[in-house]
Design a protein around this ligand. Sequence first.
Ligand code: TXA
Ligand code: MG
Length: 327
Amino acid sequence: MKTEIAKTDSPNEWSRAVARALDLLDAGEVVALPTETVYGLAADALSTAAVAKIFETKERPRFDPLIVHLPERNWLPRIAKSSKLVETLIAKFWPGPLTVLLPKTELIPEIVTAGLATVAVRMSAHPIFARVARNFGRPLAAPSANRFGRISPTRAEHVLEELDGRIPFIVDGGATEHGVESTIVRPEGVGLTILRKGPITREQLEEFAEVRSETATGSRPDAPGQVASHYAPHTPLRIVEDISSVEVPHGQRYGALLWSSAPFSETFVESRRLSTTNDLREAAANLFRELRELDRAGLDCIVAEATPETGLGAAIMDRLRRATHHK
Ligand code: TXA
Ligand code: MG
């Protein structure tokens, strides 16, 4: 299969790309689309056959459920059971990078939720994704557009690296805004548990609910995809507090992923900086691209400088820790 990439720089290109994506989705195909977090691989969430293509394309195990993206808020009661707290959260954070786990209705096929009684739901704020979803008029299942266990794509070129020849179409919407996947929460009465740290921070959620976070170790039945080995680059990765203390074994090539103000050093053959202004949002947006590029540089080891763990730093450190695990 030839994979086509559509630019969206002019209004004409934009409309043509959206129309082509809609044609393919109508025909039961998968399409890669930008969201505000990472690129997603979308298909009709109500069609078992279309959703099966997502699993095959990504080589994703069938026990790992998908996120359902709504075309409109008023779709929610058709696919899931809501609550007072959920209404508050979605009024505040939708459309946007917050995914909520809710008891599902019959309408959602089993394949989407991997047989679980809950469905993960969000509504994307990206203009391209939102337009496609709205015009499609039905929910879209969309995991990140990478092969299973790999780093999520934040640019159209990354999607091509992951899925060239396996999907018909990628809409190129440029670099994604947040750069890390949506925050996933499971509401429980007046409280909630954070299952995946993301752009909506713990601090933001604490305004509305009592918040607990679960740190993933191994595969757990309540967040099947949150296995520790996710986001693995091919190159070994280490996290350090003090980058200047790193010693490189003789003859080895090390790369550095600096957080903000540490000086570049000749110890490393490649150095990248996540932010030049101590800005965790900028750092998150750059994280997966820099990791991908360092991973391609033929290094023996990537050394990542720890970021603060407040706000978005919690999501960044979560992804870095997962990147240190090797299968
Ligand atoms: O930002 C995002 O959320 C992106 C964009 C494309 O929307 N999507 C994304 O999907 O990251 P994915 O499939 O790569 O990650 C979804 C995570 C997986 O770890 C999956 O196991 C978990 O959500 N998940 C989905 N449905 C679930 C459910 N019913 N119960 C527990 N975990 C669930
Ligand atoms: Mg993923």
